[in-house]
Design a protein around this ligand. Structure first.
Ligand code: DX5
Ligand code: ZN
Length: 224
């Protein structure tokens, strides 16, 4: 299992009227990746943003863009997101009939490939495709909205994902997304997560995003 940890602020909770500045803030505060949540109003009830905004984000930062596609038929849009500047393309397992082909296409486009699993989807379903995965994204809330509470069964699920990763592809990074705070981050870390997406706890911090990120980093340092 990789030792390096990654903090990935989610711009879903940023101020979109000053998006560039919101991204630069977290970059200065030591963010490792920028997480971009794409929602289509079908796979999830919410609608957020598309390749146009990803291109604008790309122009605002040199950090890897961790693009999370919560959309149906993601294969139709992979080229658009890759050309817009995505570095990681993560699709939802539940949205892909031909998941193996989708992963091949993501790699063919020169991006790292991730697959996200909803809270009700066992990570065991990733076994056959895991040799080809760079990221295993364990959803720790039901996708669709920021500001939800970390689902309490998540640590056991992350731990099962860790066993699977150690068995099949030790290079894959286990990422968690949803309800990550200074309280839940160390729990997810202990269970095996190494990449942490955080929206509300970064951009919703009363002292600002840089303080929010600092608090998360400190909660991690107490554990490494
Ligand atoms: C949820 C999104 C998350 C979201 C996390 O559907 O995939 O990335 O931005 O937000 P918080 O950290 O507020 O739970
Ligand atoms: Zn996300």
């Amino acid at each position: 299992m990789p030792d390096t940890c990654y903090l990935a602020p989610s711009i879903l909770s940023a101020d979109f009227s000053r998006l560039g500045e919101s991204i630069r803030q977290v970059e200065e505060a030591g963010a490792d990746w920028i997480h971009v949540d794409v929602m289509d109003g079908h796979f999830v009830p919410n609608i957020t943003l598309g390749p146009l905004i990803v291109r604008a984000v790309r122009q605002s930062t040199a950090l890897p863009l961790d693009v999370h596609l919560m959309i149906e038929n993601p294969e139709r849009y992979l080229v658009d997101f890759a050309e817009a500047g995505a570095d990681h393309l993560t699709v939802q397992w539940e949205a892909c009939t031909h998941i193996h082909r989708v992963i091949q296409e993501i790699h063919h486009l020169g991006c790292k490939a991730g697959v996200a699993v909803n809270p009700g989807t066992p990570t065991e379903f990733l076994r056959e495709i895991l040799p080809d995965l760079d990221l295993v994204l364990v959803m720790t809330v039901n996708p669709g909205f920021a500001g939800q509470e970390f689902i309490r069964q998540s640590p056991e699920k992350i731990a099962r994902a860790r066993i699977l990763v150690e068995e099949v592809n030790n290079a894959a990074i286990i990422e968690v997304d949803g309800g990550i705070t200074a309280k839940t981050l160390p729990i997810a870390f202990e269970a095996g997560a190494r990449a942490f997406v955080a929206g509300s706890s970064v951009y919703g911090h009363p002292q600002g995003a840089q303080a929010g990120l600092r608090v998360l980093r400190e909660s991690l340092h107490q554990h490494v």
